[in-house]
Design a protein around this ligand. Structure first.
Ligand code: NAP
Ligand code: 3JM
Length: 351
């Protein structure tokens, strides 16, 4: 098949917070699909979804459901990916996986097109999409790494509830209403659905995203640490992260401290560099009170950077504030962008 005839694309987890954005992004980008298969668990099978004026019926994800699929975008949790991604590949599909299931597998490329698009040349059927918080940070760090070198990265995140799925968005809304109406409520989802304790997220900040590891970091923090080193091909780069959930619906924010290899660099030089770097919008005019905020980045594909300033004590240290729509560049857009890269590099054959 000629690629321009269109591809058969499947979205696994099509009814979820990320899956919905994937469908919308495919439509918005005019992605060349001739057939779209929407997959979920048995719970949502049969549900009708409107895509660009056409009605699609969601089907239960099964191995056989991948027959004839060219590209499968997975976003239904790590367990589903581990079970079904190899089945999709066996049937000839290229899988772009949005979960943590395969990200640290050395045989599997972990790709942010602005940073390491060329890693796509060495895939064996599965390509991993990094964690949302990692993606927006490496888009901002890569131009700096290329020009000045990086010695250290320390990040604290301020993450939106939509990163924990549709049920977490619902929980924030219901809790906020309950508190405003003086009603009682019982937290059930955040910080981690399967953990023993659940805490209020409305009017609060929770310093736990994903489960705690033996080293005292959470899994979300370890994702940021390990994935950053892999994507930037810097296994020795010192990276540390603290990830915090906030009562924001969409848009992750990050305070990033980094140290350069180079000496004598100014904040103005970093601003000029980021202003002309791919995927980045610079919003950095303190005298006009201009800086990125999640409410302004919802629905946009870019990574917004501001508050760039030199550390007062460390000559090679800088601080910046990085914001992006976690469901778009953090998930759906990065996945579709990977699919677009595969097409432009001639790495999708089609059938
Ligand atoms: P969500 O809103 O809870 O949606 C989950 C989706 O997965 C739903 O479509 C659900 O279908 C489907 N699903 C659940 N169990 C399934 C099964 N056994 N077989 C097939 N489909 C199943 O969650 P979300 O926020 O969209 O996130 C989905 C996944 O994407 C996460 O678990 C995570 O691994 C990944 N993710 C990645 C990033 C990133 O940083 N790149 C960000 C957020 C999420 P039903 O409607 O049938 O339940
Ligand atoms: C974001 O149930 C699961 O396996 C999903 C957990 C999850 C992940 C993950 O680890 O894949 C929820 C939200 C992510 C992610 O992107 O890392």
């Amino acid at each position: 098949m000629n690629q321009t005839d269109g591809l058969h694309v499947a979205v696994v987890g099509a009814t979820g917070a990320v899956g919905q954005q994937m469908i919308q992004t495919l439509v918005n980008r005019n992605f060349p699909f001739k057939k779209l298969t929407l997959l979920s668990s048995a719970r949502s099978a049969g549900k009708k979804v409107n895509v660009n004026g056409e009605e699609y019926t969601v089907q239960e994800a099964t191995p056989e459901g991948f027959e004839g699929v060219d590209i499968a975008l997975f976003s239904a949790g790590g367990g589903v990916s581990k079970q079904l991604a190899p089945e999709a590949v066996k049937r000839g599909a290229i899988v772009i996986d949005n979960t943590s299931a395969f990200r640290m597998d050395p045989e599997i490329p972990l790709v942010v097109p602005e940073v390491n698009e060329s890693d796509l040349h060495h895939h064996n059927g599965i390509i991993a999409n990094p964690n949302c918080s990692t993606i927006q940070m490496v888009v901002a760090l890569e131009p700096i790494r290329q020009k000045y070198g990086l010695k250290k990265v320390l990040v604290s995140t301020y993450q939106a509830v939509s990163g924990a799925g549709a049920v977490a968005i619902e929980e924030l809304r219901e809790q906020t209403n309950a508190i405003m109406n003086n009603e009682s409520f019982e937290p059930k989802i955040l910080p981690v659905r399967s953990d023993e304790k659940h805490y209020q997220i409305a009017f609060n900040a929770i310093p736990q995203i994903d489960k705690f590891q033996e080293n005292g970091f959470t899994f979300e923090e370890m994702k940021m640490i390990n994935e950053t080193k892999k994507i930037m091909h810097m296994p020795e780069l010192p990276v540390a992260a603290t990830c915090v959930r906030l009562p924001v619906e969409v848009g992750h924010s990050e305070s990033v401290y980094f140290e350069l290899e180079a000496e004598g660099v100014t904040a103005a030089e970093i601003k000029a560099l980021l202003n002309s770097s791919p995927g980045i919008v610079l919003q950095d005019e303190p005298d006009q009170q201009i800086y990125p905020m999640p409410a302004n980045c919802v629905g946009k594909n870019d990574v917004f950077v501001g508050r760039i300033r030199k550390d007062l004590d460390e000559e090679r240290g800088f601080h910046m504030w990085v914001v992006s729509d976690n469901l778009l560049k953090g998930a759906a857009w990065n996945s579709v962008q990977i699919a677009e890269s595969l097409l432009s590099l001639g790495l999708v054959k089609g059938k």
